[in-house]
Write a protein that binds this ligand. Structure first.
Ligand SMILES: Cc1ncc(COP(=O)(O)O)c(C=O)c1O
Length: 397
């Protein structure tokens, strides 16, 4: 097949709900992907953070191959050992409690919303507060939870009971809470919203406030989880004890899997009939996730994210000193953003033409989240491409 033939079939048969860059990818390993014409790219935003351990991580590929020859799928009216093992490992490495398995981030948040509503029924409460510029998924409920109206407005009427407040603004939260409030959803680093990091003081006040009023605190770790920020989960930087966390993306190392983890008493509100997922927690998906956890531990990838994240951040700050179009560099570990003083789409294109894939979110924030297995030399190469791209970008825009 040629590149044009692939694009032609997409044009004719694939729903056009994505903006796609003009690249047809066919192979990947670590931080490098190759297109149909044999061109290589350094991928510094692999799979929207799904390929968080790089492309085709060896441990995950081996586990998938092995599991594929043993047992692919078991429905959730039976037990299997891989789900049992994964639930234990996830619970022990996070906030404790019990796990509900699903296949994506939106489904994990959907499960969390339903659990909050079950809890709220006991106290006649149902309202859920989330943050402006947050992103929680694309199902009807999660798009309503998401703090960016452009994603939900075309789908009105929307589910009721979702309230938005500005991020990092404690008084706004205090004022928005009323006797019907049941939960607060928070990304500790807003990813899609532009790499906005929650202040420690704000988070600590928010947690205390929620505790005093028995309001559930739900932390969306879908983008921040699995070592990305230098800890296994971002809430561990804040000393938080969330009631619920939601996970997906890097969790399967490229294989679809998501999860909601809830405090045990809370989780016990979900009984047969309240929630389910046909594909959730299959032997194949659980084997992939177990391999991800093992790789993070064996290769010390959280420590690596801190070390290489600091190195990358310093290099980005050096670029900022030379290119005033860069207003700010921010983030934690290997979850970094550069806010520009103008739209960044052209910069992404220039980088791609020179062999580097990065993302631009919120129109002006260049989002950089390489796989946690990225090498120092690859960071140097990416910085050199960014440097050359900024030179052209400044002249062009
Ligand atoms: C923080 C956060 N929550 C939820 C989601 C939705 O995940 P999914 O696309 O797997 O449904 C995303 C996706 O980008 C996300 O970044």
């Amino acid at each position: 097949m040629t590149r044009e033939e692939v694009k032609g079939l997409y044009q004719q048969y694939v729903v056009g709900s994505y903006t796609r860059d003009d690249v047809v990818l066919v192979q990947g390993r670590g931080s490098v992907v190759r297109d149909m014409d044999g061109r290589e790219y350094l991928d510094f935003f692999p799979g929207w953070a799904v390929s968080g351990l790089g492309h085709c991580p060896e441990g995950v590929v081996t586990a998938l191959k092995k599991q594929a020859g043993v047992l692919l799928h078991v429905s959730n009216n039976y037990y299997h050992p891989w789900q049992a093992r994964l639930a234990e490992r996830l619970s022990r490495s996070s906030s404790g409690g019990k796990v509900f398995f699903c296949n994506s981030g939106a489904e994990a948040n959907e499960a969390a919303i339903k659990l909050c509503r079950l809890y709220g029924r006991q106290h006649n409460r149902y309202k859920i507060i989330s943050m402006e510029n947050s992103f929680h998924g694309r199902t009807l409920a999660t798009v309503t939870l998401t703090g960016q109206a452009r994603y939900s407005l075309p789908f009105q009427p929307l589910p009721e009971g979702f309230v938005k407040v500005p991020f990092n603004d404690f008084s706004a939260l205090e004022n928005a809470v009323d006797e019907k409030t049941v939960a607060v959803f928070l990304e500790l680093i807003q990813g899609e919203g532009g790499i906005n990091v929650a202040d420690k003081d704000y988070v600590s006040k928010l947690e205390q406030f929620c505790r005093q009023r028995s309001i559930l605190l739900v932390i969306d770790e879908i983008q921040t989880g699995f070592g990305r920020t230098g800890k296994m989960f971002a809430f561990q930087h804040y000393g938080l004890a969330p009631d619920i966390i939601t996970l997906a993306k890097t969790m399967g190392g490229g294989f679809p899997i998501g999860a909601m983890i809830a405090r045990s008493e809370l989780a016990s509100l979900m009984v047969p009939g309240t929630h389910a997922s046909t594909f959730g927690g299959s032997p194949l998906a659980c084997s992939a996730a177990l391999a991800v956890l093992e790789m993070i531990e064996k290769k010390n990838l959280t420590v690596r994210a801190t070390r290489l994240g600091a190195y990358l951040q310093k290099k980005l700050v050096d670029l900022k000193k030379r290119y005033p179009v860069i207003k700010e560099v921010r983030g934690l570990g290997l979850m970094l953003g550069m806010e520009l003083d103008r739209p960044g789409a052209q910069l992404v294109k220039l980088c791609r033409e020179k062999g580097l894939l990065v993302n631009c979110t919120h129109e002006r924030v260049i989002r950089i989240m390489p796989g946690l297995t990225v090498k120092r030399g690859e960071i140097d190469r990416a910085i050199s491409i960014l440097d050359r791209s900024f030179q052209e970008f400044v002249a062009l825009t």
